[in-house]
Design a protein around this ligand. Structure first.
Ligand code: SF4
Length: 103
């Protein structure tokens, strides 16, 4: 497989996060493969997990100061596992999750 370097170096087209996420092929399982220790989340003054996920999976529910996990958007990058210990991430069940296309 060859790569067209000129095409690769063209300026990136502006796309919203939602448009980019729509390009990733995913198959959703019924249950989340990510969980959050809600007490630890509430105790984190920086709530860092809200800012480190490239897919913005984690949202702050201001009504009860909890963390909402939109696991369907997960890109399986693993970043949430190295930044804070109150998230638990497992591989999606076999046959589920993201499928990347290279090239
Ligand atoms: S693995 Fe990556 S994309 Fe998925 S929730 Fe964690 S930081 Fe977000």
């Amino acid at each position: 497989m060859s790569i067209d370097v000129r095409a690769y170096l063209k300026p990136h087209v502006h796309m919203s996060l939602e448009e980019r996420l729509a390009l990733v092929k995913r198959r959703f399982a019924d249950e989340s493969h990510i969980s959050v220790d809600q007490d630890a989340f509430r105790a984190d003054p920086q709530k860092a997990v809200l800012f480190i996920c490239p897919a913005q999976v984690f949202k702050h529910n201001l009504d009860d100061d909890s963390c909402i996990v939109n696991y369907e958007d997960c890109l399986e990058c693993g970043t949430c596992q190295v930044t804070r210990r109150y998230t638990t991430w497992n591989n999606p069940r076999g046959g589920y999750g993201v499928t990347y296309h290279y090239g």
